[in-house]
Ligand binder design. Structure first.
Ligand SMILES: [Zn+2]
Length: 418
């Protein structure tokens, strides 16, 4: 695990960051395009884990704090928020990547024992300790990529014991790692092989056994269902999501990845926080999401890494009034990358997002997709989660796609030693 300066629980320390060339607040302002609220030559103070003061470097000259960091004119923005990941799993699948490179199809790979069920098998076999060891290394990587808050789903257990083990690995991360974590129960990811011919029995286990036990864990705040021909139907998803809502969980849905399956409409009907993927969502579905305040989450890495060149129509989403966030969808099969800034670059080059829209999509709008106030924006009262970028313009990290420009990560006012 990362060592970090100061303790996560030591919220009494104050931190002053000065000589910020461009402070990108993500609040509307009158800078370049007016969308990102940039303050020039800025300084920020964090006290008790929250931003307590924002001003200019000259105003900060006589201010005192326990720690003072002079960042020499670099760019500062809110810590990045990855609002859709499958970070907890055992093993990796680079062997399949090699098979794909030789022309093998997903179907052939799955029939040979690969694909998602191979991750399910390794995750079932792993102990909680081993699972935590793997996930905490990935959480370190996430922080090195500037991610300060992350949503993490279960869903590679697909049986009661392993889903609980995955939820507990997320809980362990929540209590002992500096990354801020929000857990999502995804017991309805796919139908496990052993229940293929009796899927209603599995759904009954999800609703009557898994959900009640996992919803009790305070770090599990949401429930997700994968709606697709190869996974769950609209009616099945509705019954699972309603049961989750009754237990106080918020709803996210995987929808329309391979075809328009009506999931966007269900997300609006359920008052979901977000509907994610949206590669084939209709205009009607987009309108319903906009009216229902459901945030659209696009996952550029999933389209990029699986090939084929199909990306969601983000311009149409904006035309229909939607708000759109970007996430990594980190998972061992279809997109094993934690580089959220690279995902934002792909959203710009392949989905037609503007640089401003992409930067908002990995900060402010991503916070909305998780229903989290007090983060994703640099303003007084917000959490002291900031990243320092080794550049003098906030578009530079998008333009230098794939390069890591993060020079400092601050979580809850603590400078993390990456
Ligand atoms: Zn996903």
């Amino acid at each position: 695990m990362l060592k970090y300066l100061g303790s996560r629980v030591d919220m009494n320390k104050s931190l002053l960051i000065k000589n910020i060339g461009r402070l990108v607040t993500m609040e509307e302002g009158d800078d370049r395009d007016g969308k990102l609220g940039v303050i020039l030559d800025a300084a920020v103070q964090i006290e008790e884990g929250k931003i307590s003061w924002i001003g200019t470097s000259s105003e900060s000259v006589n201010m005192n704090a326990d720690d003072v960091i002079d960042i020499g004119g670099q760019v500062v923005m809110p810590g990045l928020i990855d609002c859709h990941t499958h970070l907890v799993h055992a093993g990796s699948r680079e062997d399949e990547f090699n098979l794909r490179s030789q022309g093998k199809s997903y179907k052939e790979i799955a029939e040979a024992g690969g694909g998602i069920m191979s991750t399910v098998r390794s995750t079932r076999e792993a102990s909680l300790e081993d699972l935590y060891d793997e996930v905490s290394k990935r959480a370190d990587e996430a922080i090195r990529n500037g991610i300060t808050t992350m949503e993490i789903k279960t869903g590679y257990g697909l049986d009661l014991a392993t889903e609980i083990k995955m939820a507990d690995a997320i809980g362990e991360l929540d209590s002992s790692h500096p990354l801020e974590v929000y857990g999502t129960f995804l017991g309805a990811h796919i139908v496990p092989a052993e229940y293929k011919s009796r899927r209603s029995e599995y759904i009954d286990i999800v609703v009557s056994q898994m959900l009640p036990q996992i919803a009790k864990k305070e770090w599990i705040t949401s429930c997700d269902v994968f709606i697709e021909d190869i996974a769950y139907s609209i009616d099945e998803a509705r019954s699972i999501a309603r049961a989750a809502k009754d237990l106080g969980l918020a709803i996210h849905l995987h929808v329309d990845q391979f075809g328009d399956g009506g999931g966007a409409k269900l997300a609006a009907e359920l008052g979901a926080l977000s509907a994610d993927h949206l590669d084939h969502t209709s205009k009607k579905g987009m309108k319903l999401m906009a009216e229902g305040g459901v945030i659209g989450v696009v996952l550029p890495g999933a389209s990029f890494f699986t090939g084929g060149g199909h990306y969601p129509d983000v311009r149409k989403m904006f035309e229909n009034g939607m708000k759109v966030a970007i996430a990594t969808d980190y998972n061992p099969g279809t997109t094993p990358s934690l580089n959220l800034m690279l995902n934002a670059s792909i959203a710009v080059t392949q989905m037609g997002m503007t640089c401003d829209e992409a930067l908002l999509g990995i900060t402010r709008t991503a916070a909305e997709a998780l229903g989290l106030a007090y983060r994703g924006v640099v303003a007084e009262g917000m959490r002291g989660d900031l990243i320092v970028l080794d550049c003098t313009d906030e578009y530079y990290p998008l333009y230098r796609y794939g390069e890591n420009m993060i020079s400092q990560v601050i979580i809850g006012g603590n400078a993390i030693n990456t």
